[in-house]
Design a protein around this ligand. Structure first.
Ligand code: GLV
Ligand code: MN
Ligand code: MN
Length: 416
């Protein structure tokens, strides 16, 4: 089987550009939170491309949208290629979208070349990768790691989840029907922008992902006493905002001092009642922390929560902690990493092994089947921003590596 086939660059670019108009923002990015009208429009666009290509369209109970190119062997396992069409609020055009259009282009190219593979090929767009609702709904449902409990107190709030499911014609029970038997999966490959500065700064063409960080998220609520902002003496206040502010600064220092290579982020903060002249009685914040090593992720979250408790006590506040889900760190398979590295070398591209600090659907697939990720440079390392950009030549390189790696994995004896 030839592994040096390349694909139709113009068609890939025109797909990418068409997709970027859906949910486009004035700043040059896209706003397609999971199951929003814009996200559903992007999915309808994808479904139309799949049908136009003469590929079978499959939509599962979790809303995952797939193009299928079947092997002549009906009992062959399936090699998944894909990413996601949802975005963070006010996000960029490349995160997720590039991986989906490239996966579709791989299927079209193989179909047009008339290649018969020993695996079914599937280009999949996963639901809610970005966690604006729950986080990894689609890949978690497919892998069987999504639980009914995850839907009760999700990151984006239960009301938003129920509204999104209704808008998309999905149901809570239906999500769980998307589960697949791992024996039916030959592997999973995902092309993605790096979303950090390393490849761009070092001039390396392709990142071969070695593993993906684990992510734990929490909602913390500091509770004090709302009171008159003008008449209450400074020393007599139980200001919930001070607990939150002190914790945010302390969390940064704690990670810098004790957890090299890890990160923590407070990405949302709400003070209540929220007025100029009332001392905040309650401060709610959204905390996320990430580590590549499972034991370190455990230590990191324990230390952060202990620190939050100490800050609450020092300002005379109460503290409620809600755990909002945890995604385990995931090493990528050696087989997939080798396929990606060889595909890059064959194309004359430089490559480097590197971890991913961003979460990806690949982390849910990794325990089930040989899983790998191809990274390309992000200009200035900017992502989750309308200014997120990758050079088009790098996008083409990444898509060609995805094609080469898919053909290698499809032909490998462990896979077929
Ligand atoms: C997904 O992009 C994440 O890392 O939050
Ligand atoms: Mn992504
Ligand atoms: Mn993202």
């Amino acid at each position: 089987m030839s592994v040096s086939m390349q694909f139709n660059h113009k068609r890939l670019q025109s797909d990418f550009n068409a997709l970027a108009t859906i949910g486009a923002t004035a700043e040059g990015g896209v706003n397609r939170p999971a199951l929003s009208p814009a996200h559903l429009e992007a999915r309808a666009w994808y479904a139309a491309q799949v049908k136009q290509a003469g590929l079978a369209l499959q939509i599962d109970g979790a809303g995952n949208h797939s193009a299928l190119l079947r092997s002549p062997n009906p009992s062959a396992p399936t090699l998944l290629l894909g990413s996601h069409l949802d975005s963070v609020p006010e996000g960029g055009r490349y995160d997720g979208a590039l991986g989906v259009v490239a996966a579709l282009e791989v299927l079209r190219s193989i179909q047009e070349a008339g290649l018969n593979l020993p695996v079914h090929l599937e280009a999949i767009d996963f639901t809610d990768e970005e966690g604006t609702l729950v986080g990894f709904i689609g890949s978690g449902a497919l892998a069987g790691t999504l639980t009914p409990g995850d839907l009760q107190n999700p990151r984006g709030g239960r009301e938003a989840l129920l509204a999104g499911l209704t808008r998309a014609g999905l149901t809570e029970d239906g999500l769980f029907t998307a589960r697949r038997d791992p024996a039916t999966l030959a592997g999973y490959l995902e092309l993605h922008i790096e979303q950090g500065p390393w490849l761009y700064d070092s001039g390396v063409d392709i990142g071969v992902v070695s593993g993906i960080v684990g992510i734990a998220s929490f909602r913390l609520a500091f509770s004090g006493r709302a009171n008159h902002a003008g008449t209450t003496p400074m020393a007599a206040r139980r200001d919930a905002g001070l607990g939150a502010a002190a914790f945010i600064l302390a969390a940064r220092q704690l990670v810098l001092d004790n957890f090299p290579g890890c990160v923590a982020n407070v990405g949302a903060l709400r003070l209540e009642p929220g007025a100029f002249n009332i001392i905040p009685g309650r401060a709610e914040l959204a905390l996320e922390c990430r580590a590549v090593d499972p034991a370190e992720l455990d230590r990191l979250q324990t230390s952060l929560l202990e620190r939050a408790q100490r800050e609450a006590e020092s300002f005379g506040l109460g503290l409620e902690v809600s755990a909002l889900g945890q995604h385990a760190p995931a090493p990528m398979s050696q087989l997939a990493q080798q396929a990606i590295q060889e595909a890059a070398a064959e194309l004359g591209l430089s490559s480097q092994s590197m971890p991913s600090g961003a979460g990806h659907d690949a982390q849910n697939l990794a325990p089930l089947c040989p899983t790998g990720m191809v990274f390309i440079p992000s200009v200035d390392g900017i992502s989750h921003s309308p200014h997120e950009t990758s050079r088009w030549d790098d996008c083409i390189n990444g898509a060609n590596v995805l094609l080469g790696a898919a053909l290698r994995l499809a032909g490998s004896s462990d896979c077929a």
